[in-house]
Design a protein around this ligand. Structure first.
Ligand SMILES: C[S@@+](CC[C@H](N)C(=O)[O-])C[C@H]1O[C@@H](n2cnc3c(N)ncnc32)[C@H](O)[C@@H]1O
Length: 273
């Protein structure tokens, strides 16, 4: 399922302006940290290598690299100054450092990087082909680029369920649904992107993590915090529409009372060498 670019809503409308590190952590960071561990485990990298984490956000992937890959260095970069400041304040590992930069203007390293990685970012980058090509230029000989993106159209259940119910109440919300706005959230699209960027050996894999919520409030509360496309949509609703969406989701998720909610979240990962 793809949406032509000219039908996509601009970032200012979609809430893709990433600003509040604490809100992001409660909404998505708790899951992106788990995904980051699965992602780096799939890469099976050697130790003492130099890494660049593109779109590092609050640092989920940078931490996973520090904890799981014994790196020589990890440079995290993100266009959001607020996220970079949050990551700097929270991550004290001497091998990690952070800089404000976007995927169109990545920081180079003398001698190149061994790994350039990016988690949950490529679908937000305006020119992903150019971005992946740019990453390839910054590798040392023998280095590799890898990325992962949530499967918004199907396997990222907690968001899929959110947008399905939002669209049932408000058909106009379809323009904001990441499942339609993110054609890169599929393995064939990621494979094609990396081949177009010049990689000859390309592999993709599905990575799945459990997303468990203590009760319906634990699921719903992060949607009220404004950071990210779905919370930005909720913030723009009036109180009546917000209550209607909340009640419908609670009913459809079968989440009345204090029961735990167990959903799955799938991402697609790609690597090119
Ligand atoms: C869903 S968050 C993922 C953050 C982090 N990688 C993680 O796994 O938690 C998306 C990130 O992409 C960043 N981003 C948006 N547009 C970007 C661009 N053009 N280049 C690089 N990063 C971008 C945002 O600032 C945000 O931090």
């Amino acid at each position: 399922m793809t949406t032509p670019r000219d039908e996509e809503a601009p970032a200012a409308m979609t809430g893709d302006a990433w600003t509040a590190g604490d809100a992001y952590d409660a909404y998505m960071g708790r899951w992106s940290r788990r995904l980051a561990r699965e992602f780096v485990a799939w890469l099976k990298p050697g130790p003492a290598l130099h890494w660049l984490d593109v779109g590092c956000g609050t640092g989920a992937l940078t931490v996973a690299v520090c904890e799981g890959c014994a790196p020589a260095s990890v440079l995290g970069c993100d266009p959001s100054e607020a996220f970079v400041a949050h990551a700097r304040g929270a991550i004290r590992d001497p091998r990690a450092s952070f800089v404000t930069a976007d995927a169109g203007n990545l920081p180079a390293r003398d001698g190149g990087y061994d790994w350039i990685v990016s988690s949950l970012v490529l679908n937000f980058v305006p020119e992903p082909e150019r971005a992946v090509h740019g990453m390839r230029q910054l590798l040392r000989a023998g280095g590799a680029v890898a990325a992962c993106v949530w499967d918004y159209a199907e396997g990222m259940e907690f968001l899929r369920r959110f947008w399905d119910e939002a669209i049932a109440l408000d058909p106009g919300a379809v323009a904001l649904d990441e499942g339609r706005r993110s054609p890169l959230s599929r393995s064939d699209a990621l494979d094609a992107l990396f081949r177009a960027a010049g990689f000859r050996r390309v592999e993709t894999v599905a990575l799945e993590i459990p997303t468990e919520f203590g009760d319906f409030d634990d699921y719903w509360r992060p949607f009220l915090a404004g950071t990210g496309p779905a919370p930005a949509y909720v913030a723009a609703l009036d109180a009546k529409a917000r209550d209607a969406l909340r009640s419908r989701l609670e009913r459809r998720l079968g989440a009345r009372g204090k029961g735990r909610l167990r959903l799955r979240a799938r991402a697609w990962a790609v690597r090119g060498a």
